[in-house]
Design a protein around this ligand. Structure first.
Ligand code: 5U1
Length: 697
């Protein structure tokens, strides 16, 4: 668009020309929408789509006589309805028979029945089926007349459904106008569902607005479809998969002819509908079993919930031959997976302390088989989630277990409680170590402040203390720490320094030489620095940079431990949350005791004087390091830069001030050059640091 177009209204154009332009814009927008929403392959930037959309809106506003219901501008509109009208389905919406055996071999039952009903002999070849995922949403019938969507209806009782056209028009995956040559009448049947990412985002928005959240994507989808206000429905992100037909113009009146269900699905795609990518042709029971297993294994990675797979006879002539029994076709079956949600009662609510000190309320449950295993505990995440879901002991909970994810209580069944049950409260003291339980204002989670002392946090605390950038105990990895803690050899952090050769070499897969190496590494780690020690304590929010700042500012550990919040706030980088975390940590007598014991074990460092704030010549500059430097390790270079006030980032962007490149520098160097960022070698970097004292580490 020329810039002058922005200021002068478009000159009116004759109606015939407008009609041609409007048609061209609609076709273009429909094609882009189809690529984006159905094919998952965007072809234009959003801004370009918006520009053309606005151009179409402007033309339609200038020519209201040319406005039609199938225009992409007309997806959202209409007033809230008092209720949904009832619609009679021209062809009943059938339900589907369920195979009760959830094992993959359950597919044999269906195949055996089909073979029997078709009168096949054992020696006859395998029957051809189509296998599809069974989406966990709600069935929908879409009616097109002369290629234009005129009605969307729910299944209802199969004969009568509800007219939800206003809401369904808002689904971008559903064409308002069929692509290509379409029959005069076409009813497409399929499932409206909500993708998991859309469900999570919707619930996040609901939470932010203080609105009720949905227990699962199916409920959210059903709520959206049955929303009387189409404006609200439009904000609920729904998707659609097509899997069959209802009424269609018969072939003798120009309707389509298909021989197989598979061919029908391919045509649905051509008409503009999304069809699941996992649809496959399967020969006989063996391939159905393999399909059930394959989709079962992929189930947890799919971007939407499925509750099983569907098998259908592929040949439509055979489908017609078998027909129906009590509203269920004989030629199809739903083969379910074990349910991922079940109801059970909550017998108690306990608190678990995680390895990082997080306190999680956990519902103890009457044992329930869900997601393929028996579950007796389910997470309630945190106090706020628990309150939001109004969970109390004795309630009937909806428990969800999907894949390897920890089972969770997604909601409770709303019904009056028979007796008063007190609300759950977070304990004030850690149920494991008795340390104070704290929660920062901006945080949802309660935490134990017992850090070094709390047995629940022991492994994590030891690993962190021994980390390469803390006091560094070479060779002390997670497997070894796990063994040391699980066998009771180490109970507290200082026990690490009381380890003897005998205890170490008695551990699994621990050769004498390795045991000695660990002892040597422990000895070496005793000679450390104050920043490393402070960082190693694992105080919440005290990362390396803050530990260095604290060490520089106070000089001595005792001064840090006794600093008031006000004094802590004087340190560069320390804000109220960090100051509170440091204070809370050192206010726990247990933590101070551990520090004393570590000092008593011989851990030492050179203490300094409280620093006058050192000059920060590189404050505000961001560096990226790449390649191998001639004299400095990457860590040393990082320390030097940070001491001079610079930030060291992991990737190059427009915000990067300098890239320091050594030998075999990788793509970061290329990117720096492409963006015109100054590239230094090690010497160049050291030159920038000249006015600064050596690193504090
Ligand atoms: N994928 C798929 N889901 N689904 C559900 N196909 C399919 N077919 C159905 C139903 C109820 O019914 C037809 C077999 C009539």
């Amino acid at each position: 668009m020329e810039s002058s177009d922005l200021f002068s209204p478009p000159a009116p154009i004759p109606s015939a020309q407008a009609a041609t332009e409007i048609e061209a814009l609609r076709t273009q927008l429909n094609a882009w929408s189809h690529s984006y929403y159905v094919l998952d392959a965007p072809t234009v930037p959003d801004a370009e789509y918006d520009r053309v959309f606005k151009a179409l809106q402007a033309l339609e506003a200038a020519h209201p006589e040319l406005l039609t219901a199938d225009s992409p501008t007309q997806r959202v509109g209409g007033k809230p309805l008092p209720e949904f009208a009832s619609v009679r389905h021209a062809v009943p919406m059938l339900s589907i028979r369920t195979e009760t055996d959830t094992e993959p071999t359950g597919a044999q039952n269906f195949d055996a029945r089909i073979r029997k009903e078709l009168g096949l002999l054992e020696s006859d070849p395998p029957v051809e089926y189509v296998a599809e995922p069974k989406f966990d949403g709600l069935a929908m019938s879409l009616r097109y007349e002369m290629g234009v969507l005129v009605q969307a209806a729910t299944r209802g009782d199969g004969e009568y459904g509800e007219d939800v056209t206003q809401n369904i028009r808002t689904l971008r995956q559903i064409p308002l106008r069929l692509h290509g040559g379409a029959p005069p009448v076409l009813e497409v049947r399929g499932e409206v569902y909500m993708r998991l990412a859309d469900f999570d985002a919707l619930n996040e928005r609901q939470r932010e607005n203080g609105d009720k959240t949905f227990v699962n994507p199916r409920n959210a989808a059903a709520g959206a479809v049955r929303q009387l206000d189409p404006g609200i429905a439009a904000r609920r992100p729904l998707s659609f998969f097509a899997y069959g037909l209802g009424e269609v113009t018969p072939p003798e009146q120009g309707g389509p002819v298909f021989d197989t269900h598979y061919a029908l699905l391919q045509t649905l795609k051509k008409w503009g509908f999304p069809v699941a990518a996992q649809v496959e042709i399967a020969q006989g029971a063996t391939e159905l079993i393999a399909y059930h297993q394959k989709i079962g294994a992929a189930r947890d990675g799919l971007p939407y919930d499925i509750d099983g797979v569907v098998y259908k006879l592929n040949a439509l002539a055979l489908q017609r031959q078998l027909g129906f029994v009590s509203r269920e076709p004989r030629w199809a079956v739903a083969h379910k997976y074990p349910a991922q949600e079940q109801l059970t009662s909550i017998t108690a609510i306990d608190v678990q302390v995680g390895r990082t000190g997080k306190l999680t309320p956990v519902a103890r449950l009457a044992p329930i088989f869900v997601g393929g295993v028996t579950v007796t505990n389910a997470t309630l995440h945190n106090l706020f989630e628990l309150r939001r879901k109004r969970v109390r002991v004795g309630d009937t909970a909806i428990v969800r277990r999907a894949g390897d994810v920890i089972p969770e209580v997604v909601g409770i069944i709303d019904k009056p409680r028979a007796r008063y049950v007190p609300n759950f409260r977070m304990p004030r003291a850690c149920p494991i170590c008795g340390s104070k339980v704290v929660r920062e204002k901006t945080e949802m989670n309660h935490r134990c402040s017992g850090g070094l002392f709390c047995p629940a946090q022991r492994k994590e605390a030891i690993l962190h203390f021994a980390h390469r950038r803390a006091v560094e105990v070479e060779g002390l990895g997670d497997k070894l720490v796990e063994q040391l803690v699980d066998t009771g050899v180490i109970r507290t952090l200082p026990d690490l320094y009381k380890l003897g050769f005998t205890a170490l070499s008695a551990l699994d897969r621990m050769a004498d030489k390795s045991a000695q190496n660990i002892l040597d590494a422990l000895e070496k780690s005793k000679n450390t620095t104050l920043p490393r020690f402070l960082f190693g304590l694992g105080i919440r929010h005290v990362g390396e940079a803050t530990a260095k700042a604290l060490a520089r500012h106070f000089g001595k550990l005792d001064a840090v431990m006794d600093a008031t919040p006000e004094q802590l706030l004087e340190v560069a980088d320390v804000g109220p949350i960090v100051a509170l975390a440091i204070r809370t940590f050192f206010d726990q007598p247990h933590n101070r005791e551990v520090v004393e014991q570590l000092r008593a074990c011989g851990i030492h460092w050179e203490e300094g004087e409280p620093a006058q704030q050192a000059p920060k010549p590189l404050a505000g500059q961001t560096f990226v390091l790449t390649g191998t430097f001639p004299t400095l390790s990457r860590d040393q270079a990082k320390d030097l830069l940070e001491a001079a006030g610079a930030k060291v980032a992991g990737s190059v962007s427009k915000k990067t001030s300098y890239v320091v490149a050594g030998e075999e520098a990788g793509s970061k160097l290329d990117k720096a050059q492409a963006l015109g960022i100054t590239v230094l070698d090690e010497a160049g970097m050291l030159a920038l640091l000249q006015p600064v004292d050596a690193a504090t580490d």
